[in-house]
Design a protein around this ligand. Structure first.
Ligand code: UD1
Ligand code: CA
Length: 449
């Protein structure tokens, strides 16, 4: 268990946005939310977020459940941010410092840092070909860390050091509080540098150990839309890689976006340009055509989703076919072997096994039985302007094309409804119901000229 302090006060000038930097999204989640998720994964006993720029927006986005916000105005440096947090930190637990604009650190990397930090101060460092801009880790002849020096304060010799400070660290809290009191802003940026605690720890004889991430991008921060896009691409690659390793066929690994959790079973195929959001589960043998958006859905074995379909909050039974150009909205439940064709919208409806709604229809607030055929252009008129009403269509019903079913209404089992009907009363089982004007022939009628 830890105190965790997330620094998120910065302005993010280079994002060129009215939105606070840490609320910009990476793969569908605000960067800060990603960092908070990691903190929770680490079992943060006390979680603090230091806010400053557009603080109110950040606070209302995150909410105050199990998070304490600390306002830092003005922002006088990373050390100053920790000074403000210090009174709230529990001395009995170590303190980890994370950054709201460093969104892709793996939980396992932070756990590794925590384990090397057990006996003292732990630093997450990386070796960079080009260390420009970062604080450099200075070691003595024995290889022990003695201090950090910021780029702007470094000597030419120090500038050559390639081991850099990622900023992420973990410290024993009582000692940290003492070090923070001794910080000064007597440096090139006239800031209170959190990194100055490193030299203090060394002087106090506190062990300083370093841990390293598996991948460099885990420690990259975002200062511009360009850097955000770069990390988005890293995230996309990672997700694609993991799907390929699980045996998923991707037509182009660079053209899939997973903004949430996508679970794929065996022999899933995904064509280009698909976006997955929230929790999506694709069972064995599912194929997804190009340019589909799928959010919070469970798609059962062997289902084929054709191009340009939009699926949100639906479950789709085994062997069903959906699309192209289909839209399934929340609380749609399709049983096995259902066919939903082009330009069909289904909302808050259940469709039982073997039923077909193949063309240009709206089915909302409906219970559709098994082996039903719903003809082209059918509409369940579910809304009276105030309330929503239910349409029930029992098994083996045939609804002719261009039928309006004015809910609440029930169509009995095996009934046939003639094309073009406006059904306002319950339809008896079996037989044929027709509800439309009779065709007439007007002899000698002339078109207006
Ligand atoms: C910091 C480190 C540097 C490290 C680099 C890694 C210090 C002094 N330097 O430098 O060693 O290599 O990160 O990226 O810590 N923030 C606040 N309040 C403040 C100042 C900053 O919340 O008063 C937040 C910023 O919003 C940002 C983070 O802390 O998210 C880092 O601050 P920044 O000024 O960008 O630090 P660097 O100069 O990059
Ligand atoms: Ca700075």
């Amino acid at each position: 268990m830890f105190n965790i302090v997330i620094l998120a006060a910065g302005k993010g000038t280079r994002m060129n946005s009215t939105r606070p930097k840490v609320l910009h999204k990476l793969a569908g989640s605000a960067m800060l939310d990603r960092v908070i998720k990691n903190a929770r994964g680490l079992n943060a006993e006390n979680l603090f977020v230091v806010v400053g720029h557009e603080a109110a927006q950040v606070v209302s986005h995150v909410g105050t459940d199990n998070v304490t916000f600390i306002e830092q105005n003005p922002q006088l440096g990373t050390g100053h941010a920790l000074q403000l947090a210090a009174p709230f930190l529990n001395d009995a637990l170590p303190t980890m410092v994370l950054y709201g604009d460093v969104p892709l650190t793996k939980l396992s990397t932070l756990q590794r840092l925590a384990s090397v930090a057990q006996q003292g101060l732990g630093l997450l460092t990386v070796h960079l070909e080009n260390p420009a801009g970062y604080g450099r880790i200075v070691r003595d002849a024995q290889g022990c860390v003695v201090r950090n020096v910021e780029q702007k304060d470094a000597t030419p010799a120090q500038l050559l050091i390639q081991e850099v400070n990622t900023g992420i660290l973990m410290a024993p809290t009582a000692a940290l509080k003492g070090w923070l009191q001794r910080l000064s802003n007597n440096n090139a940026q006239q800031e209170y540098y959190l990194t100055d605690i490193i030299a203090m720890a060394a002087q106090d004889g506190v062990a300083i150990n370093t841990a390293h991430p598996d991948d460099l991008w885990e420690t990259l921060g975002v200062n511009s839309k360009q850097q955000l896009a770069e990390l988005e691409a890293v995230h996309r690659d990672m997700q694609a890689c993991s799907l390929l390793n699980q045996g998923v066929t991707l037509s182009d690994p660079s053209r899939i976006d997973v903004r949430g959790d996508l679970i794929c079973e065996k022999d899933v195929e995904i064509d280009v340009g698909c976006v997955f959001e929230g929790n999506v589960h694709l069972k064995s043998g599912v194929t997804i055509g190009p340019y589909c958006v799928i959010r919070n859905a469970v798609i059962d074995e062997g289902v084929a989703i054709a191009a340009f379909s939009h699926i949100d909050g639906a479950t789709i039974g085994a062997g069903s076919k959906v699309g192209p150009f289909a839209r399934l909205r929340p609380q749609t439940m399709l049983a096995e072997n259902v066919h939903i064709g082009n330009f069909v919208e289904v909302k808050k409806s259940t469709v039982a096994a073997g039923s077909k709604i193949n063309h240009l229809s709206y089915v909302g607030d409906a219970q559709v039985g098994s082996n039903v055929n719903i003809g082209a252009g059918t509409i369940t008129c579910n809304y009276d302007g105030v309330r929503k009403h239910l349409t029930t269509i029992e098994d083996f019903v045939f609804i002719g094309s261009n039928t309006q079913l004015v809910a609440p209404v029930t169509v009995g089992a095996g009934a046939t409804v003639a094309a073009g009907s406006v059904i306002t009363k319950n339809v008896p089982a079996g037989g044929l119901s027709i509800a439309r004007g009779k065709q007439v022939y007007i002899e000698g009628w002339k078109r207006p000229e």
